[in-house]
Design a protein around this ligand. Structure first.
Ligand SMILES: NC(=O)C1=CN([C@@H]2O[C@H](COP(=O)(O)OP(=O)(O)OC[C@H]3O[C@@H](n4cnc5c(N)ncnc54)[C@H](OP(=O)(O)O)[C@@H]3O)[C@@H](O)[C@H]2O)C=CC1
Ligand SMILES: N[C@@H](CCC(=O)N[C@@H](CSC=O)C(=O)NCC(=O)O)C(=O)O
Ligand SMILES: [Zn+2]
Ligand SMILES: [Zn+2]
Length: 379
């Protein structure tokens, strides 16, 4: 039992007071975990584009003031009544996609989208509809059930998994979102072995899709990015080809170019940009009769996708994935082991390091084009 158990902890957190504002480092109070909750000392966190998406005000579910962050790694400080899946001292990764193993979704065997805490999570609340954070006497909302931009956070027990303590948390925190999403999007899609793949967008997610496609034996992996500096990254992660759509002849659409290049289109394509026009191009670059396009990117409120229905009538499939279809409590410990055994890349994604005090610079890094992932030291 830690000496802080049952007490309010004062610590530093990056608070976003209003949409579009930079984060502010504040002293916050973190209440003890209630029944079926876990309080975690966060040691490291990545910054994901989805944090920026919500900070910027583009997220229809965005509520403020809020503590963002969902790609964290930490150590359990204390647990509430009835918690059996983790113990004090465990090294853990918070899960923005919970896994209760009891709800209709979990039992379906068809999806990783657990329904147990999703409704309150989307409102920035704990499952009992209250919050554990206050700052200057004001309640502060949670984010994605994780809020890893705080030195201490409280999560539902269904939203956390213990991992091998030998794994460095400053690396495996990234398995809390981006790398796992990309890995799952590929390994859970049957048929990629021996097939052609196109990956639109070569940030952490796209690079992860490229690396995993190579891992499972794709025959050809075409990377597409408007940023020419991404070619070297894409090839390093396993791309066989690179196309920059801005260099195509005027009027030539990227999907037309890819269909010609691949004798009719790709077997599998992935949108890793969040741009709805790119999503359309990814669908239309698929081969008639069997091509499958997966949307991973998150598009802003109000954005919609469109294509001619004929694209689907003629055998292309449009699908999407959240957290790569991965069930975090069941699958993340194994993915951490794969990393420790050198089977899954993680270190290679870390291009920038920041302290908590520098977290806004971490957001700027993300926009600079040379950043794959920035890891924040929360100590
Ligand atoms: N579904 C899920 O569970 C998850 C979804 N996401 C989402 O995935 C998306 C990708 O994340 P991440 O890899 O971190 O993002 P990045 O911004 O790092 O990567 C996107 C890449 O796409 C490039 N790009 C931009 N526009 C185009 C275009 N028109 N054609 C081709 N490439 C383009 C960008 O170039 P430049 O840098 O020059 O803009 C950048 O290199 C985000 O929307 C994120 O929110 C993330 C995690 C989980
Ligand atoms: N609140 C957003 C939803 C954005 C979204 O699609 N989130 C992804 C994860 S993105 C991670 O970086 C996801 O898992 N969605 C499933 C879910 O249940 O939220 C919006 O309303 O647009
Ligand atoms: Zn994310
Ligand atoms: Zn469930």
């Amino acid at each position: 039992m830690s000496d802080t158990a049952g007490k309010v902890i004062k610590c530093k957190a990056a608070v976003c007071w209003a949409a579009g504002e930079p984060l502010k480092i504040e002293e916050v109070e973190v209440a003890p975990p209630q029944a079926h909750e876990v309080r975690i000392r966060i040691l490291h966190t990545g910054i994901c584009h989805t944090d920026e998406y919500t900070r910027s005000g583009k997220d229809p579910e965005g509520v403020f003031p809020v503590i963002l962050g969902h790609e964290g790694g930490g150590i359990v400080e204390s647990v509430g009544e009835g918690v059996t899946n983790v113990s004090v001292g465990d090294h853990v990764i918070p899960l923005y996609t919970a896994e209760c193993r009891e709800c209709k979704f979990c039992k379906s065997g068809k999806t990783n989208l657990c329904g147990s805490v999703r409704a309150t999570q989307g409102q920035g609340l704990m499952p009992d509809k209250s919050v554990r954070f206050t700052c200057k006497g004001q309640p502060i909302f949670h984010f994605m059930g994780t809020s890893t931009f705080s030195q201490y956070t409280v999560v539902a027990d269904v939203s956390v998994v213990a991992v091998n303590p030998k794994a460095p948390l400053d690396r495996v925190c990234l398995l809390g979102c981006g790398i796992t999403t990309a890995w799952g999007a590929v390994v859970k899609q049957p048929g990629i072995k021996g097939s052609s793949v196109a990956v639109f967008g070569c940030g952490a997610i796209g690079l992860g899709v490229i690396a995993t496609s190579q891992l499972v034996g794709a025959s050809r992996i075409i990377a597409i990015d408007t940023n020419p500096s991404k070619e070297a990254w894409a090839r390093k992660f396993g791309a066989t080809d690179f196309v920059n759509p801005t260099t195509l002849p005027e009027g030539k659409k990227i999907q037309e170019f890819l269909v010609e290049l691949t004798d009719g289109g790709l077997d599998y394509t992935f949108d890793c940009t969040g741009n709805v026009h790119v999503m359309r191009a990814a669908l239309e670059a698929c081969h008639k009769g069997w091509g499958v396009s997966t949307i991973i990117g998150v598009a802003a409120a109000g954005q919609e996708i469109s294509t001619r229905p004929f694209q689907l009538v003629t055998g292309r499939t449009w699908r999407g994935t959240a957290f790569g279809g991965v069930k975090g409590r069941t699958e993340l410990p194994g993915l951490v082991e794969d990393y420790l055994q050198g089977k899954v890349k993680v270190d290679e994604y870390v291009t920038h390091h920041r302290t908590l005090a520098e977290i806004n610079e971490g957001f700027h890094d993300m926009h600079a084009g040379d950043c794959i992932r920035c890891v924040v030291d929360m100590s």
